[in-house]
Design a protein around this ligand. Structure first.
Ligand code: HEM
Ligand code: HEM
Length: 465
């Protein structure tokens, strides 16, 4: 009989991604906090020979790329490598390739971070990494897609669960979008360049982070509530409507910008129609929870999931509203928009990833979570941080927007207005501290769980040997 240490670990690819995502989460959040402190003290970290590496223009894309492609993308792929074989009732195909892509993905995130820190950037938001790194991303994602599709193609389960629809769509969309968004900027210029880049910027968020997140909600919800999914039909309506309406939304990022008026208006229609897929998810969440609301009080992963789903709903009520020309003319270029961005990316889809890891990482390790108390602390700190972040940025955004309409966007008036925003910036920094501590609590709890599991398996080996 093979000893425990020589047995193949079917979860190795998933673990490589999930463990690495924790590291990038910590680093990305630290950069987020530094950014928010720079709003209070613009000269923060501006001393010594290394100050150039902490200039706002460099660390902002370092933050966004770390949290989006280091943390959330790696957490998502780690989850896909675990969930897809479970839904297909088979093993992950090409396990070695899957594990290899995990190492490549870490090299990509590290190289991207170093490049941006050194000042090498394409300047396109969420596509700032240099071209040679983009080529690696596309090859890496193609390999991830190959592993997932091969697993689905050889499945033993007859039914193609709705989560799989979302995952398959997301994998195809991400590769296509990434190629479009990272076309060398010399090939495009002017308004078409803007339009193409926002086609990418909007869709990478909606057809990767959102759709994988929703697919995971559909997997986790029946598992945590022990109720069947409320409506399979509704979930498919949600899938096809998001696939149909999302791609037309790019122009709403250029509302009141240098594009034709008809295009701005055309961007609003699909933004409002997105309520359909969003509501289909929420109706399914509330329907599935029927009779199980009491479980919320003692099940923290379920709390993360439901609060995440509600944050998703709030984002998607806010989104159509500020895509209208009137509201957009107030909130455009203000702090309102980063507030809108953090609610789904931290409040909704990071919460889904937290929920997934709390439930399934201990299962992969055949042990129990190190501390349920710490998990509770993580939840309350993260929710408090998110509320403070949203409150401070949305309030500041509205005040800034109206001040600029009154003419405060120039000269000394602009500086005075920025100074008067300091209390809001301070609240955002406090929010950042709460969010950062919450994430460190999460990482510590999972790290202790991993250490505990390793100790257990070493003890097993000793007693077996
Ligand atoms: C019905 C759903 C949604 C609509 C209609 C919508 C609409 C918008 C609009 C109009 C903007 C541009 C604001 C401006 O700069 O003037 C925006 C920005 C943004 N949205 Fe949404 N949104 C929705 C959902 C989401 C979701 C679910 C996510 C994340 C998963 C998200 C992430 C972002 C981000 C990151 C930005 C900032 C982009 C930038 O860097 O300028 N949105 N959204
Ligand atoms: C997983 C957690 C996080 C995610 C997914 C995330 C995501 C993002 C995104 C997408 C943006 C660009 C927003 C836009 O252009 O509208 C951004 C910017 C920013 N983030 Fe985060 N973030 C996270 C955590 C944090 C934390 C803990 C802080 C600390 C307060 C923070 C502070 C900031 C700041 C100050 C900006 C720049 C806003 C600006 O330039 O006006 N973020 N983040």
């Amino acid at each position: 009989m093979p000893s425990p240490s020589t047995k193949k670990d079917p979860y190795l690819p998933s673990k490589i991604y999930l463990y690495s995502s924790l590291f990038w989460l910590a680093l990305g959040m630290i950069y987020g906090l530094i950014l928010s402190l720079k709003f209070l003290w613009p000269n923060f970290l501006a001393f010594g020979p290394f100050q150039v590496f902490f200039q706002y223009g460099r660390i902002r894309p370092v933050h966004t790329n770390l949290v989006l492609f280091g943390w959330l993308t790696m957490a998502n792929i780690g989850a896909l490598f675990y969930v897809i074989p479970k839904l297909c009732r088979n093993q992950l195909s090409f396990e070695k390739i899957a594990a290899g892509t995990g190492i490549v993905w870490n090299i990509i995130v590290l190289a991207g971070t170093v490049a941006l820190t050194m000042g090498f950037t394409t300047t396109t938001e969420y596509a700032e990494w240099p071209l040679w790194i983009d080529v690696l991303v596309i090859l890496g994602m193609a390999a991830v897609a190959l592993v997932c599709f091969a697993t689905i193609a050889t499945r033993k389960e007859k039914q193609l669960y709705v989560s799989l629809w979302y995952f398959m769509g997301s994998l195809i969309w991400l590769i296509g979008l990434y190629i479009i968004g990272n076309l060398p900027y010399k090939l495009l210029s002017g308004v078409p360049q803007f339009l193409i880049f926002w086609f990418y910027g909007h869709n990478v968020i909606g057809l990767w982070f959102t759709t994988v997140g929703v697919g995971l909600i559909y997997y986790l919800l029946p598992y945590l509530t022990r109720n069947p999914l409320y409506s399979h039909k509704l979930s498919l309506i949600g899938f096809w409507t998001i696939a149909t309406f999302y791609v037309w939304n790019g122009p709403h990022h250029l509302q009141n910008g240098p594009i034709p008026l008809w295009l701005m208006k055309a961007g609003v229609i699909p933004s409002v129609l997105l309520i359909i897929p969003v509501w289909s998810v929420l109706a399914n969440v509330f329907g599935t929870l029927k009779g199980k609301w009491h479980a919320l009080s003692r099940n923290t992963p379920l709390k993360f999931l439901i609060v995440g789903a509600v944050f998703y709903l709030v984002t998607c009520l806010q989104g159509p509203f500020h895509s209208l020309q009137g509201p957009s003319s107030v909130i455009k270029f203000t702090d309102w928009v980063p507030g809108h961005a953090h609610l789904p990316l931290f409040g909704a889809f990071s919460f889904v990833a937290f929920s997934f890891m709390y439930v399934f990482l201990p299962k992969m390790l055949k042990t129990k979570l190190y501390s349920n108390k710490l998990m509770e602390w993580h939840f309350y700190l993260a929710v408090t941080g998110m509320f403070l972040f949203a409150f401070s940025t949305w309030s500041a955004g509205v005040l800034e927007g109206f001040a600029w309409i009154e003419g405060a966007q120039y000269g000394m008036q602009f500086v005075e207005m920025l100074i008067s925003m300091r209390p809001f910036f301070a609240i955002r920094a406090v929010a950042g501290v709460a969010m950062l501590i919450s994430s460190f609590v999460f990482i510590y709890n999972l790290a202790m769980t991993i250490i505990k599991a390793n100790r257990n398996s070493q003890n097993e080996e000793i007693s077996a040997g």
